[in-house]
Every structure is written in C-alpha cells, then in structure tokens.
Ligand binder design. Structure first.
Ligand SMILES: [Zn+2]
Length: 257
C-alpha cells in the first residue's frame, strides 16, 4: 500500500518538474505610461505574476538581448567573477593593492557579500527596453528602476536616457503615484540599475561588473533606511547581483562610512 501511495504522490511532482522545465519568461508587455521628464524617458509597467517576473530567467530571451550577450561574449569572458577580478587588477595597478576600494571587490569575489546569479525575467525585459535606446556596439549608458510589489502584482517605474551618461537617470514618480503606493501599502521590493560594458576604455577597464560604486552604496543605504527598500540589484544584462541592507553596510564600512 505504501509503495502504491508513493507512486501516486510522485506523479504530480514529476508533471510539475516537466512543466517547470518548459516554463519561459512572459512576453514583454507595453508600458501603461510613457512620459519624458527630468531629461529621461519615464516608463511605468503594471504586471501580474510577480514571482515569475522576479524569478530566474529562462529561454527564449529577447532577440536584442541575445545579440547583446553574443557581442559581449565575443569581446571577453563574461563570467561575473572573472570580470570582477579583471577590474580589481586594473584598480590595483592604478591605486596600489592596499587601496581601501579594493576590499569591496575581495568581499564580493569571496562570496561574503551580495549574491551573484542569473538575471530575472524582469531584468531581461528592462534590458531589452534599454537596448532600444543604446544599441550594443555604442558606448553604453544606464537605466534605473524602482519595483514595487503587492502580493502577486508589480508596479515598475523605469527611467531610460537617450544620451551617454556616467550615471543612472533618476526615476520620476508622480505625487499621485506616490500616494497610491503609500495608501495601498505597496512594498519597495527592488531598486535596480545596470552597469554597462565599456570595451573601448583606453585604460583597459571594460567595466560590466556588478559591484556597486561608492555613490551606489550611499543611494542604497538611504533607500533601505528611508523607504524600506528590500533589495538592491545590479545587472550587466548577463548576470545580476543582489544586495541586502547588511551587504551595503559591510561594503560601506570598507571605506569608513
Ligand atoms: Zn552603479
């Protein structure tokens, strides 16, 4: 009796595993709002199926993003830890091995701080949108997004710039939208921005690392403390890093902040 019972229990589990293997990211929906403000395009998406959007990416991925990845992989080894070690070596040469800025690299490379993983479906969707503004073989720029969650729903506010920039554009949220978020207790689940590659950098620093800059860390801390942010993400379009509040504190402590 026990054996028959086990087999009956196994069958739906196997069916679930087969279904999971065939699962893919949802098709990119149109934003519910597009406006130009603060020198940037401000897009808003309202999405259902939050666990799927925030879950790990799965093939097929958007064609433009596949082209971007093929291009990047043709230029360098894009393993995120190889990229970190490569950039650390550039910094060591420039600033000396005892420079405090290098400790952040070492903590992340030793997997003591943050978590680097494959990108999520939502990151694929936003990177594909970003690539419409910045084709892959043009020096990159950054986008940023604030992602709010209420049960299985997401509100995604993303900001894209048309020009080159060393930093991410600010996300503009209207007063009415802020009130709606507060009134209905949406959780600020993720603050996301991307770090582009810079294959033409004259100093050999090709970037594309998912390590936060010092200004990133200061921004993260203020969002954790003032707005109840749950996690800060950085993607390079291939891999992504996730940082919690304690990760941010640990990294800031390396530079005495
Ligand atoms: Zn950054």
């Amino acid at each position: 009796m026990n054996i028959v019972g086990s087999i009956r229990v196994l069958a739906p589990a196997l069916a679930w595993m087969i279904a999971a293997a065939a699962w893919s990211c949802p098709a990119s929906p149109e934003p519910v709002e597009k406006r130009f403000e603060n020198n940037a395009w401000q897009f808003v998406w309202e999405l259902k199926e939050a666990p799927t959007w925030l879950g790990v990416e799965s093939a097929p991925i958007p064609a433009s993003l596949q082209e971007y990845r093929d291009y990047a992989n043709g230029q360098t080894d894009t393993d995120p830890f190889v990229l970190l070690a490569r950039q650390r070596a550039v910094f060591e040469k420039a600033y000396g091995i005892n420079d405090p800025s290098l400790e952040a690299f070492r903590l992340i490379e030793r997997r003591e701080v943050g978590r680097i993983a494959n990108s999520s479906c939502l990151e694929l969707m936003l990177m594909a949108e970003h690539l419409k503004f910045h084709p892959l073989n043009v020096p990159g720029s950054e986008f940023s997004a604030r992602i709010y969650r209420k049960q299985s729903q997401l509100k995604v506010f993303a900001s894209f710039i048309e020009h080159e920039s060393m930093g991410a554009p600010g996300v503009a949220i209207s007063l009415a939208q802020r009130n709606e978020i507060q009134k209905n207790a949406w959780q600020f689940t993720t603050f996301l921005h991307n770090h582009p590659f810079s294959f033409q950098n004259p100093y050999g620093d090709i970037s594309g690392t998912v390590i936060p800059s010092d200004p990133d860390l200061v921004t993260f801390r203020s969002l954790f403390e003032a707005e109840g942010l749950q996690a800060a993400w950085i993607t390079n379009g291939i891999h992504s890093a996730r940082y919690q509040s304690m990760d941010t504190d640990r990294l800031l402590s390396t530079i005495g902040l």
